[in-house]
Design a protein around this ligand. Structure first.
Ligand SMILES: *Cc1c(COP(=O)(O)O)cnc(C)c1O
Length: 368
């Protein structure tokens, strides 16, 4: 048996008619930039997330960058974030000339530890970017308390956590801005790049709306120096078809994760989340000191795995001038060395899930 790491074509097969019609309708209509599909998607997304406004952008990376731009982050400012994330979480900070201050994770949840965050605050700290990694919501109460008492803005990197909940409320409004990605492999994936930012404050959302069209409130008259960063009309058409399915897809991811958890408990350290959150398992990640051997054996048995992430952000070559060294953020560095992600997507069959479990248990037995 062969289990692919992802099966994006399966989702297309399920929704083929609707998707084909939606895309053809856009082409027949002839409106390609900020047309009715984007408008409809923004409204559906805002109501899905329970926020005032959702602004469609070209990518999740731009959602982060535009949020920080709209907040006025500038050279000399510091922004605290996790070192264990995708690159865009930190590059949005350095792009604006500000300094990313990297923080270690809690190995149980892979997320920022509020106690560690507290230690990093200086007089120059302006914002905090927590990442709900792998779809697991951060300790937003702990982080909001710290942000509140130091006057910091929270910009959530929610790229992996669409549909996740913290204490019964959807991720999307715990920070002043919450950034989502529709990269094809995300839980809600477009057929190309796309992103959006959820905002409650009307002034902030107006600023982001202007910034995404080169800072022009009135066309050809530029109030700010913005970007060209819009959610594409064709991608919005895809997302409008898919959004109604998101909750059931996330539910299926959780079902698979529960089966993995039950099978691996006591053998591997299974991913943990707080009792009052709803995890959406963008990724299902385990740690093991013989990670490379395990991946090789799984691959021989036909099970594909991935590594998220092999290198922490504080040790990236492009950030060398920040002066970090190996050993500075040990939990994250250990996670980089030991993590491996198992296939988890809603279209996986029960047989495939069983086969992944059976294969990994067999390998664990061999390693004993
Ligand atoms: C995917 C991702 C992003 C960036 O989103 P893009 O749409 O690919 O630009 C940012 N942060 C995290 C944690 C992500 O997983």
């Amino acid at each position: 048996m062969k289990v692919e790491f992802l099966g994006l074509n399966r989702q297309y097969r399920q929704l083929k008619n609707q998707l084909d019609c939606a895309l053809q309708a856009v082409m027949a209509r002839g409106a390609f930039i900020l047309g009715p599909e984007v408008q409809r998607f923004e409204q559906s997304m805002a109501s899905y997330l329970g926020v005032r406004d959702a602004i469609g952008l070209a990518s999740g990376s731009d959602a982060l960058l535009l949020s920080l731009m709209a907040l006025g982050i500038k050279p000399g400012d510091e922004v605290i974030t996790t070192t264990y994330s995708f690159f865009a979480t930190a590059s949005c900070i350095t792009r604006l000339g500000a300094k990313p201050v990297f923080c270690d994770i809690d190995l149980r949840t892979f997320n920022l530890n509020p106690e560690e965050v507290k230690k990093k605050i200086t007089g120059r700290t302006k914002a905090l970017i927590p990442v709900h990694l792998y779809g697991n919501p951060c300790d937003m109460e702990g982080l909001s308390e710290i942000a509140g008492s130091h006057g910091l803005a929270i910009v959530e990197d929610s790229a992996q956590a669409i549909g996740a909940e913290y204490r019964g409320r959807k991720i999307g409004s715990f920070g002043v801005a919450s950034c989502f990605s529709f990269y094809p492999t995300k839980n809600l994936g477009a057929y190309g790049d796309g992103g959006c930012v959820a905002v409650n404050d009307p002034e902030l959302s107006e600023r982001i709306r202007i910034l995404r069209v080169h800072g022009a409130k009135k066309k050809y008259f530029h109030k700010f120096i913005g970007l060209n960063s819009r959610l594409d009309e064709l991608q919005a058409a895809v997302l409008n078809v898919k959004l109604p399915q998101l909750d059931s897809w996330n539910q299926r991811r959780r079902e698979i994760a529960i089966r993995y958890n039950k099978s691996f408990k006591g053998i591997f350290s299974i991913p943990e989340s707080d009792p009052d959150v709803t995890h959406v398992y963008h990724m299902y990640v385990l740690l093991h000191h013989q990670r490379d051997t395990i991946r090789e054996r799984l691959s021989e048995l036909g099970v594909s795995t991935m590594i998220y992430y092999p290198q922490a952000l504080h040790l990236q070559e492009c950030f060398a001038d920040l002066g970090w060294k190996s050993g500075d953020l040990p939990n994250s560095e250990l996670a980089c060395r030991e993590n491996f992600a198992l296939p988890i997507y809603p279209e996986m069959t029960d047989e495939e899930v069983d086969y992944v479990i059976e294969s990994l248990l067999k390998i664990a037995d061999e390693l004993k």
